[in-house]
Design a protein around this ligand. Structure first.
Ligand code: FES
Length: 115
């Protein structure tokens, strides 16, 4: 059985992977997927906010700290998670974790990139 899921990001045709035991932010950093992470991944900001459109049940549950940080994020929904706190526990039946990175977050990344 595979220990890696396909990570699909809406609006991005590239193919990413997410390994069991890895957080979404770790996978993003490893594979050049732009995901802001102002606090460095210690659950002290909300800039790594993502919406998990598919496979949310296979991620580690949100802690109280994560939920508190998400309260500060913009455009939060029931599918919202912090990328640095969402760890893949098991590969979903279809093998896919699908994410949407909120528009305001994408803009923040490109404005900060200097390119
Ligand atoms: S990078 Fe700051 S909470 Fe995830």
């Amino acid at each position: 059985m595979s220990d890696q899921a396909r990570l699909q990001v809406r609006g991005d045709d590239r193919k990413f992977t997410l390994e069991v035991g890895q957080t979404i932010l770790e996978a993003a950093l490893e594979q050049d997927l732009d995901l802001d992470h102002a606090c460095g991944g210690v659950c002290a900001c909300s800039t790594c906010h993502v919406k998990v459109k598919q496979g949310k049940d296979c991620l580690s549950p949100a802690s109280e700290d994560e939920l508190d940080q998400l309260d500060e994020a913009r455009d939060v929904g029931l599918d919202s998670r912090l990328g640095c706190q969402s760890r893949l526990l098991r590969v979903p039946p279809g093998g896919v974790i699908e994410l949407q990175i909120p528009d305001w977050n994408v803009n923040a990344v490109s404005e900060g990139s200097g390119s």
